[in-house]
Design a binder for this molecule. Structure first.
Ligand SMILES: [Cu+2]
Length: 120
């Protein structure tokens, strides 16, 4: 009984709010939970020191399932409102996904990582 409860209570270290590698930008993902299939992902970028939106970034990421040898193609984001970037992503399996990407402008390029959960 206890073992069953423990097995069901697997920790899910989801990460939807992170700093870029060198700490220049704060990147906020609209959600850390998605449905299997097509989803719109939204990333908001802020300047860490001033907490203002960062416009003009190139943002792209690669989704993969770290517990499996399973990944998807790189996707890039399109900026809509200043500092708000969206993309469409098709999650083909339920489970934990790591989204590792880069945000870049003409001066710098910094990596970041989100962790999200996809359910049926
Ligand atoms: Cu998989």
């Amino acid at each position: 009984m206890l073992a069953l409860l423990l097995a069901c209570a697997t920790p899910s270290p989801l990460i939807g709010d992170t700093l870029s590698e060198a700490g220049s930008w704060r990147l906020l993902l609209g959600s850390t939970r998605y449905d299997q299939g097509r989803n719109i992902l939204e990333v908001s970028a802020f300047l860490v020191e001033e907490d203002t939106p960062v416009s003009g970034l190139e943002i792209f990421l690669r989704p993969d399932m770290p517990e499996m040898t399973h990944s998807l193609d790189l996707v890039d984001f399109v900026e809509g409102e200043p500092g708000i970037y969206t993309t469409e992503l098709l999650f083909d399996m339920a489970g934990l996904w790591t989204l590792t990407g880069y945000a870049a402008n003409e001066l710098q390029s910094e990596s970041f990582t989100f962790v999200v959960e996809v359910t049926h």
